[in-house]
Ligand binder design. Sequence first.
Ligand code: NAG
Ligand code: NAG
Ligand code: NAG
Length: 284
Amino acid sequence: MLLEYVMALLVIMGLTTTFDKQHRHKQQFGNHGDTDLSNVILDNYEGFEPHFDNNTEREIIAALGTTARLHCRVRNLGDRAVSWIRQRDLHILTIGIMTYTNDQRFLARHIDNSDEWVLKVVSVQPRDAGIYECQVSTEPKISLAYKLMVVTSKAQILANRELFIQSGSDINLTCIAPQAPGPYTHMLWYKDTELVSDSTRGGIRVVSEQQMKTSNLVISRVLHTDSGNYTCSADNSNSDSVFVHIIKSEQHAAMQHELAVRMQLPKLLLVLLTFFHLLVGAIK
Ligand SMILES: *[C@@H]1O[C@H](CO)[C@@H](O)[C@H](O)[C@H]1NC(C)=O
Ligand SMILES: *[C@@H]1O[C@H](CO)[C@@H](O)[C@H](O)[C@H]1NC(C)=O
Ligand SMILES: *[C@@H]1O[C@H](CO)[C@@H](O)[C@H](O)[C@H]1NC(C)=O
């Protein structure tokens, strides 16, 4: 062991730093005694070759019009490039983070120093369905195939497109997304462009049932300010909107009327008094 170490040390003096690194690696992971130097170098060299992480999802289901993401993970990429190829026409869509097609819906995303190279397909169309290859520019090239499926799925609010709700009563909207592909995390409700859950208004409750792919939005004792465009949006699914008008309740209207009468009464009295006063003045 010691003798071998001394011999190796002598050899190192004439070799590259790469070898030095590998020798240290050998030390670290033990020495089999009979392993010769060329073997050590070859073993480690293979360990540093680019290879795919096979644990990424390779069958992607995306709803029409949404953004699909194909995740390719390459270990030990080194100075090689990762490309995305569409198998149907062997079109090179992206190389590195550059798009090489006129169709600007195809984008490559990569975070510096990460292993991940994502192909983003914005606003998925039926013609996008098919096989895509994540390819590494090794010699020979290595590639991994991904299957993109496109489904038509739409979130649906079970209500008329326009709703008239009396102020003071509750809104209960139900949204369903029966064909939503795959498991989705949330169904989100928006009022106009604001996320309902971010609202500072109290009395809002959202109950989502992931298995049933439904979500209920309940807003209690609505006010005029609750009028607006309510949108239900499910992950991987298109959204649906209804417009809610808050109208004055009959009770409210009656109160308003009563109030108006009471306001009118003193005015009438004043007119009568003035008239009476003038009349008395005239008589005098
Ligand atoms: C991972 O993918 C590579 C390249 O396609 C293949 O050679 C290898 O056998 C795969 N490994 C596993 C564990 O599936
Ligand atoms: C809202 O409507 C749904 C579906 O009709 C119902 O299951 C739920 O209990 C209602 N929630 C409230 C608070 O009324
Ligand atoms: C409601 O909001 C959705 C989503 O932002 C939008 O597509 C739709 O046109 C809006 N509808 C109205 C009536 O403003």
